[in-house]
Design a binder for this molecule. Structure first.
Ligand code: SAM
Length: 255
């Protein structure tokens, strides 16, 4: 395959598909967890009714809405979603601002193919297979990078950020949403829970691919702002009303 120029099933390739076991094991577990959705369901996201995962998506509606409001009217020009999966969020960002060119990239061919199939009519949206640690001359140079529920698949947060600041335009913004960050001790406990869960789900091969990031370990040279803090006073107050609040922080990271 000649990389970058060829699109297979509407997906561009900026790296050779990896031979590691990630995709196969990941899709197997996602299927078991009822997380592989039909085209019709993906089109409705973040709204998913009468489905075992409906409750999970209810809290994701909150982060989606806040993020779309944030990017509204901003001049980011090129937007990159890393770990776009089935593409629903990349599509919403593209629809939110027709001036953007939005790129959804992932290393999971099955869902990239689904994304390209479902959202082929969104003119300012592209999907690519890209291991972002590999250089490619046609790869996007974004003003905004977002990782939505995907940062936990990157081993080292600072290695990742260093790379992203190489890819992004000067003064660009990196946003991380819908992923857990822990304190040092909680990260160890969460890691143990993940090992137990993956082992019990017959998905032990995924253990090396899932990482528990410690908030305080983010390189202090970056500016890290919590645009949403699930532990903040107002959110704790809202929880008292009984409405489930999104448990994940929204981080904006700049240089
Ligand atoms: C939980 S899904 C999130 C999908 C989508 N962003 C969402 O919010 O629903 C995590 C995604 O990260 C992708 N991923 C894992 N490792 C990756 C990597 N090294 N580069 C790009 N994507 C990766 C997975 O294939 C998967 O599609």
């Amino acid at each position: 395959m000649s990389l970058g120029s060829v699109s297979k099933n509407g997906v561009l390739y900026f790296s050779e598909p990896s031979e590691n076991q990630f995709e196969e094991e990941y899709i197997k577990l996602r299927t078991l967890e009822n997380r592989i959705l039909t085209d019709e369901q993906v089109k409705q996201l973040p709204y998913l009714q009468s489905h075992p995962k409906s409750k999970e998506w209810e809290v994701r509606q909150q982060s989606t809405q806040k993020f779309l409001e944030y990017i509204n009217g901003k001049a980011f020009n090129t937007v990159l979603e890393i770990g776009c999966g089935n593409g629903w969020f990349s599509n919403l960002m593209a629809k939110q601002n027709p001036e953007f060119t939005v790129w959804g990239v992932d290393v999971n061919v099955k869902e990239l193919d689904q994304a390209a199939r479902i959202f082929k009519n969104t003119k300012n949206l592209r999907f690519a297979y890209w291991d972002i640690f590999e250089n490619h001359e046609s790869a996007p140079k974004p003003g905004l990078i977002v990782l939505n529920a995907s940062v936990q698949y990157f081993e080292n947060i600072n290695t990742l950020l260093k790379r992203l600041f190489k890819i992004i335009k000067a003064y660009g913004e990196i946003h991380i949403i819908d992923s857990p960050f822990y304190g040092e001790e909680d990260a160890l406990k969460a890691k143990q829970r993940t090992i137990e869960y993956y082992s019990a789900s017959n998905a032990g091969n995924l253990i090396p691919f899932y990482h528990h990031h410690v908030f305080d370990n983010i390189d202090g040279n970056y500016s890290v702002k919590k645009l949403y803090n699930p532990k903040g006073f107002s959110i704790r107050l809202k929880k008292l009303t009984g409405k489930k609040q999104n448990p994940f922080p929204w981080l904006k990271i700049t240089k």
